[in-house]
Design a protein around this ligand. Sequence first.
Ligand SMILES: [Zn+2]
Length: 248
Amino acid sequence: MIDSHCHLENQDYDKDREGLIENCRKEMDAIITCCANPKNLDLSLQLVEKYRGFVFLTAGLHPIHIEEFSEEEKENYFAKLEENKEKMVGIGECGLDYHWIKNEKLREKQKQFFLDHIKLAKRLKLPLVIHSRKAEKECLEILKEQNAKNVLLHFFSNQKLREEVATTNYYVSLNTAILRSKGVRQILKTLGTGRIMTETDAPWMGFGERNTPLAVKKVIEKTAQLEKKTSEEIDRTTTNNAIKFFNL
Ligand SMILES: [Zn+2]
């Protein structure tokens, strides 16, 4: 069982982070935490060192945070990522978010930062983790234009684009949205389990209770039910997909 995308650095876990990770370790194979804000990187790196072989790291600048950072700050952050590339398994989340960012100038800046992330991923030979919200089409276009190779579309729910995603070799990670979102279920139906991973996006994406990496269990159970397979089969497939994709 692998949570391929969550945010262990989040302040929601400040009071019980270590206990939570220890609990996860009893049941899970790995957690991939996503550092989405340069301010969290030191904590992310500490977690990776402390839980070596269990907590893995992807890092980027989330598109909703770009307003807070200058070009220079981004470059400094990227330099730090490059220094620590041995401790990372991916770049991101990065991408476009037109849901929260409506200002045209900021959208341009998002695009520029997204392109910079793609370049960084190529330079460091790491896969990309993509956040796309209300800008899925634009994200896919950019990824294709840039000839991005190893791509995980995190929490991708635009069912209109599922056929297009099926023609790529991109992976998609499913979270608890599958419990209620028809769009996500359609994507699973179209892609099958060959390029699917499980994630939680915790602590975001509440589902009536506190979200933690352990919620991948719910995602696996629902996926198994929809695919008419056993939870064990889905667990094995999604775990292997994540191991292969991130080279864990
Ligand atoms: Zn996220």
